[in-house]
Design a protein around this ligand. Structure first.
Ligand code: HEM
Length: 194
């Protein structure tokens, strides 16, 4: 395969790092939210400090994802993706391009939505759970905005999972049905040698 048919090592590294962090964060977010609900419901076995600590780590990793996603978007805009296989149908090329840009939208929109929700809640947030590192507020305290952004943040997790499902099905189809080398452009060990 020609070098211009591969993603760069930077693009591949960012792809897998962000993918792992985002999938982990969805389950981490659900877990933290369940504990918070139990705390609000009066469960005496839940330690409020532990819930605050979990949310601070959720926010810290989420902001890391935001930074990595912006770097990835800038990299993508300055380093075009290798061309799609010539044999792909027009609708498939459209679906691939639409899915990829939708991913950029949620990779950046999801952490921003969470940041707005955290800010609007009026509660303090700390990077690395350290009081010396407060996370700045994007907006003032607002119950309505907290509810709206929290709702969007919660639905965003499902949007990511749907996109991810489509993305994985497409990748497996390219690899096992079309056998056109598309998956090997993003998995180093699958790269054809030579
Ligand atoms: C890609 C990054 C992120 C993912 C995948 C993610 C995922 C999630 C999920 C799945 C939940 C549980 C929602 C539910 O119960 O249905 C959640 C809750 C929450 N997340 Fe995130 N999150 C991300 C980034 C962030 C960031 C950067 C912040 C803040 C700086 C943040 C703040 C919050 C807050 C405050 C909640 C509770 C929302 C509420 O008060 O209703 N998240 N997150």
């Amino acid at each position: 395969m020609e070098p211009n048919n591969r993603y760069t090592t930077v693009a591949i590294s960012l792809h897998w790092l962000i993918a792992i962090l985002i999938v982990g964060m969805i389950f981490f977010g659900w877990q933290a939210d369940d504990l918070r609900e139990a705390l609000f419901a009066g469960d005496p076995s839940i330690d409020p400090q532990q819930v605050a600590m979990l949310f601070n780590w959720h926010k810290t990793v989420g902001l890391l994802i935001l930074v990595l996603s912006v770097v990835r978007l800038v990299w993508r805009l300055t380093h075009p993706a290798p061309p799609l296989p010539a044999g792909m149908a027009r609708w498939e090329k459209f679906a691939a391009t639409a899915t990829h840009w939708a991913f950029y939208a949620v990779m950046i929109g999801m952490p921003l939505g969470g940041w707005v929700a955290a800010s609007a809640s009026g509660l303090p947030s700390y990077l690395l759970n350290m009081e010396a590192l407060p996370i700045p507020s994007l907006v003032g305290e607002s119950e309505a905005l907290h509810a709206a952004s929290g709702w969007a943040h919660s639905k965003g997790a499902w949007a990511i999972l749907v996109l991810l499902g489509l993305h994985i099905i497409a990748a497996l189809k390219h690899h096992f049905v079309d056998r056109d080398g598309v998956l090997s452009r993003m998995i180093i060990i699958l790269r054809p040698r030579g």
